[in-house]
Design a protein around this ligand. Structure first.
Ligand code: NAP
Length: 256
C-alpha cells in the first residue's frame, strides 16, 4: 500500500479512524473526511507523528454535491483516488422507531449518507481506476445488511442495499484489476454503537454492561481495530482474488 492514495469517509472517529491509522502505518497517503474538523485534525496529527501524509476534507455527505467536491480536492492535491473506503454512516441510534412510526426524513437522510454517497463516490473514482487497471472499493456495511433489527428499518435497508451495490460494482470491474468488497462489522465499540446499546438496554430492561457482554459470542464488543485489520488485507495487492464479498467481522454473531 506504500504511497497509495486512499480516501476514507467518516474517518474522524470509530471504525473509519482505525482504518485510516492502519492504512497510514502501511505507508498509504490518507485523505480523511467527515463533518467534525477537530476530530479530523486530531487524527491528522497522529498520522503525521508516524511519518504519514494526510489531507483533511471537511464536508457533509448528506449533501449530494459533496462527493464531487471531495474527490476533486484529492485529485487536485495528490492525484486519483486508488483506494476508496465508504465508511461514513448514520446509525439507527440517532432516531430509532418502529416501522409504523418511522420518520420519513430520517429514512431519506440515512439512505443519502449510507447508500447514495457511496454510490456517487464510487462512480467518481472508478473511471481512473479502470484506466489504471488497479483500484480498491471497500464499503463498510454491517451485519444489519444481512439480518433485520428492531426499530432500525432505514439502517438495515441501507446496509442491505450497500451490499447489493458492492456486488454489482464487483461484477462490472472484475476484469479491470479492481475489487469491491463489503465489510460487515458486528457490534463494535464506537459513539454510534454506544448510543444504540443505551437505547436497547432501556428497550429490553437490562443493564448496558449485560448487553455489552452478550453483544457477540466473544462476550464483548469488537474493537474498531479488529475491523480495520480486514480493511488492510482487502486493500492489498495480494487480496486481488477477493471480489464482491460481504465479509463479517462480528465475533461469530452472524454465520453467513
Ligand atoms: P461513528 O463513530 O459514529 O463514526 C461515524 C463517522 O461517520 C464519523 O466520522 C462521522 O463524522 C461520519 N459521518 C456521519 N454522518 C456524516 C455526514 N453526514 N457526512 C460526513 N460524515 C459523516 O460510527 P462507527 O461505528 O465508527 O461507524 C462507521 C461505519 O461502520 C458506519 O458505516 C456504520 O454503519 C458501520 N458499522 C458500525 C458498527 C458498530 O457497531 N459500530 C457495526 C456495523 C457497521 P461527523 O459526525 O464528524 O460527520
Amino acid at each position: 500500500m506504500k504511497n497509495r492514495i486512499a480516501l476514507v469517509t467518516g474517518a474522524g472517529r470509530g471504525i473509519g479512524r482505525a482504518i485510516a491509522l492502519k492504512f497510514a502505518h502501511q505507508g498509504a497517503r490518507l485523505a480523511i473526511t467527515a463533518r467534525s474538523q477537530d476530530q479530523l485534525s486530531n487524527l491528522a496529527q497522529e498520522i503525521r507523528t508516524i511519518g504519514g501524509e494526510t489531507m483533511i476534507i471537511v464536508d457533509d455527505l448528506s449533501d449530494d454535491s459533496a462527493p464531487a467536491r471531495i474527490v476533486d480536492q484529492v485529485t487536485k492535491g495528490w492525484g486519483p483516488v486508488e483506494i476508496l473506503v465508504n465508511n461514513a454512516g448514520i446509525g439507527s441510534s440517532q432516531n430509532p422507531k418502529p416501522l409504523l412510526n418511522f420518520s420519513d426524513d430520517f429514512w431519506n437522510l440515512t439512505m443519502q449518507v449510507n447508500l447514495t454517497a457511496p454510490y456517487l463516490l464510487t462512480k467518481l473514482v472508478l473511471p481512473v481506476m479502470i484506466e489504471q487497471h488497479w483500484g480498491r472499493i471497500l464499503n463498510i456495511a454491517s451485519i444489519a445488511g444481512k439480518v433485520g433489527g428492531f426499530h432500525s428499518a432505514a439502517y438495515s435497508a441501507s446496509k442491505h442495499a450497500l451490499i447489493g451495490l458492492t456486488k454489482s460494482t464487483a461484477t462490472e470491474v472484475a476484469s479491470e484489476g479492481i475489487t469491491a468488497n463489503a465489510i460487515c462489522p458486528g457490534v463494535t465499540r464506537s459513539e454510534m454503537n454506544t448510543l444504540r446499546l443505551e437505547y436497547d438496554a432501556i428497550r429490553l430492561g437490562v443493564t448496558f454492561e449485560k448487553l455489552e457482554e452478550t453483544a457477540t459470542p466473544l462476550g464483548r464488543r469488537l474493537e474498531p481495530e479488529e475491523v480495520a485489520t480486514l480493511a488492510v488485507y482487502l486493500a492489498q495487492n495480494d487480496a486481488r482474488g477477493v471480489n464482491g464479498q460481504s465479509i463479517n467481522v462480528c465475533g461469530g454473531a452472524v454465520p453467513f
